[in-house]
Ligand binder design. Structure first.
Ligand code: SME
Length: 166
């Protein structure tokens, strides 16, 4: 098992995410616990790219409410109703949202005033039920693009492959 934290900041994004996905699978080999996977993925994604905030909001009331899960960064807000902010919108619409400038997103929820851009990726279990969203915030406008969406969507597929992750 390769329990090290990779720093992939100097690598092209597609290559970096491919390597990160392999690393996540290797570190989580033999694990079926969703919470352990969320904690591990938060740490690995966060430190691989030096993001500002990286973590999960879990579905605690389907269709209604997200509550913070494992994360890396400064204090995150505790609960987000479906439809609110970027996380709540991604959860309600079950789609990845990329926000290049959070100041231009009506209803953006500010947890860390330094956050300028973000990406939120829905997380499904093996039955295609939404169990969480992965929220990553960057310090600069336009931090995230389609390569990040593809890379992070690939990483959270771990939860769809894990029968117990719900
Ligand atoms: N950015 C989120 C709120 C959560 S924090 O950034 C940690 C949003 O507007 O959904």
């Amino acid at each position: 098992m390769a329990e090290i934290t990779l720093d992939l900041r100097t690598r092209p994004k597609d290559e970096a995410y491919r390597e990160l996905a392999r690393h996540v699978d290797s570190v989580l080999d033999g694990i079926t616990d969703a919470m352990a996977a969320m904690a591990t993925i938060s740490a690995l994604v966060h430190h691989a790219f030096g993001y500002l905030w990286t973590g999960f909001y879990r579905v605690v009331e389907p269709g209604k409410l997200l509550r913070v899960g494992p994360y890396q960064g400064t204090l995150g807000c505790l609960e987000i109703p479906f439809g609110n902010g970027v996380c709540g919108t991604a959860a309600a619409e079950r789609r990845t949202m990329i926000v290049a400038d959070v100041n231009l997103f009506p209803g953006h929820i500010t947890c860390d005033a330094r956050a300028r851009s973000e990406i939120v990726v829905p997380v499904m279990d093996s039955r295609d039920v939404l169990i969480a969203v992965l929220d990553v915030d960057g310090e600069h406008p336009g931090t995230f693009g389609p390569g990040d969406a593809e890379g992070l969507e690939r990483i959270v597929k771990w939860f769809a492959r894990s029968a117990d992750a719900s």
